[in-house]
Structures are given as C-alpha cells and as structure tokens.
Design a protein around this ligand. Sequence first.
Ligand code: F6P
Ligand code: MN
Length: 330
Amino acid sequence: MQRLIPVLNSDHVPLHLISVINTLLTAAKEISHRLHQGSLAGTLGSTLDENIQGETQKKLDIVSNQLIKNMLLETGLVHAVASEEEDDIVMGNPDARYLVAYDPLDGSSNIDINSSVGTIFSILQKPDHPAEGKELFLQTGDEQIAAGYILYGPSTMLVLTTGKGVRAYTLDHTVGEFLLTVDSLTIPHDTQEFAINMSNQRHWSTPMQAYIRDLLSGVDGPRGKNFNMRWNAAMVSDVHRILTRSGLFSYPADSRKPEQPCKLRLLYEANPMSFLVEQAGGRATTGYERIMSLQPTHIHQRCSVIMGSRNEVDACLEYYKSIPCERFDC
Ligand code: F6P
Ligand code: MN
C-alpha cells in the first residue's frame, strides 16, 4: 500500500508543502494516541476556560491546539497560523509562505462519550498584495492550495485534497504511517440521506423548513422517495459519511441567537470541507452563494452551510430561490 509522501511527490506537490502536511500528521498521530488512551491519559473533560467563540474548551481542545501550533511553527515553513481556539493569529517565520487555518478538535463534545472527532485544516499562501496580521487570512476558499481532515474514529483517517481530487489514507499504527486506502473519493450525485440537527427546525428560515419538511414526507411527498437521517454531531464524521456514501449535510443559519445566526466557521470548517466536497464532485453553498467564493471579513467569521451530493444540494437551492424570505444569516 502506498505511503503518503510518495503519492504527494507523484502529484508534484511542492516539497515544503508536503512537509507542512506531514507536520500536521505528526501532531494528528499524537492526538490520535491521546484519544485512544481516553481516561487513561487523564485528558478527558472540560477546562474552566472559554474560547473566543464563548464555547467551553475541552482539555483536549487545548492540547491539540498547542501541539499543532507548536509543531507547525517549529518547521520554519509557516508564516502564520489561525486556530479556532486562538483569539488572534500567531506569527511564524516572516520569510515563509504558508498560512495554516485549523480547527484542532472538531466535534469535541463527542470526546467524553468516546465518539468520533476530527482535526480540520486549510492551507493558504501569503497573498501577493501587501497584507499584515489577520488580513493575511482574509482570502476566499478558492485560494486554498490544500485542505483536509483527520477523522479520529474506530480507525484514524486522513482525507486530503491538493486540488487534484480527494484521497483517503488510514493510519497504520504498526508502522506509524498514513497509507493510501482510497485513491479517488467521489460523492454520488444523488442521495436519500441527510444530516442536520433537527432540534433547531423551528428556528430555521422558511426555505430550509420547507425543504426538510418535504424530505420527511418521503415517498408520498413532492420528492417521491424516502430519506434517512444520520447526525453524529461532529462535522468531520458527518461529512466523512457523505464523502463515503453520499448525502446532504447542513448547519443552516437559525434565529436562536440573533447576534450569531450561524454556527460553523468559514476559515476553519466551511472552506476546507467545501474544497474537499467540490473536489469530490459535490456542491457547497450557504443557500445563496457558493461557500468558496465568500470574501471573509474577519478570521472567526461563521456561515450557513449546505453541502454534499450535487443533485440534492441543487434540490435544496430551489427552495431558497423560490421562497422569498428575509435573510438572517451572516
Ligand atoms: O465545531 C462545531 C460542531 O461541533 C460541528 O462539528 C457540529 O456539526 C456542530 O458543532 C454540532 O453542534 P450542535 O450539536 O450544537 O448542533
Ligand atoms: Mn469544529
């Protein structure tokens, strides 16, 4: 079975970029090890702190963030990092060209129930125009040169794109390396499965309510087929299912907190996942615009997310086009 680096070499990925990806994987192996140790490693549970988003931090959120940040900065190949768990960006080597945005431990509420979590990353380059500090990261998703996630599930997997399709690798603990297990991940265009937190239904905008209502009415409704629902509550594992066997994943805007209508972050979650989904032949949209075309205005920006099987995302978009409603997303 092929190892990661020869595969990237054969795709002509620049050596320094391979080193940055490989460094992320070294951190991921350590995170994977700690997750597997569970209570034995003493890292389960929460801290008393909150992150910049006002969310309680798990001990492993902090450990994972530090591991990734320190390892990336030590390479000397990274100009700056932006993390969901850091208030501000952290500068690295002024002469280096790579920028890494990451969610160190996605779905971290799953840690204490021994369920799947993940690390999501997005790699950009220093822009050509003069930019400083946070501005460095205010690039559209289309400017990503690589993106991926590590899913810590029953096995630990890397799903990666460098803009030439999507490959999946599985961590072989016996040799400590990620081995190629799927050469080309493609999302079937049609599906009968969706993933959404249904408990927020009454807070969604009218088009999303109408779309899901029609899915739930199954074979007797306007869609004329039954739909199944799956929700793991960790974006990495919900999107991984869709990359593996089709589906539509959504975390739409809702009216629970008017000052914060969206949950998922553009730089750390929506953009890298959209890059993977589009590279696998799927679509990713807010309901109104393509996610990777959005121009970010701040690093912790959030957006509404609808992604997955192309024909199903298009079916959902028809509701947004045909049902006029007041837009309350970010
Ligand atoms: O990182 C945010 C996240 O954990 C996602 O991975 C997941 O899709 C979502 O939040 C689940 O949130 P909730 O259970 O509050 O709907
Ligand atoms: Mn997350």
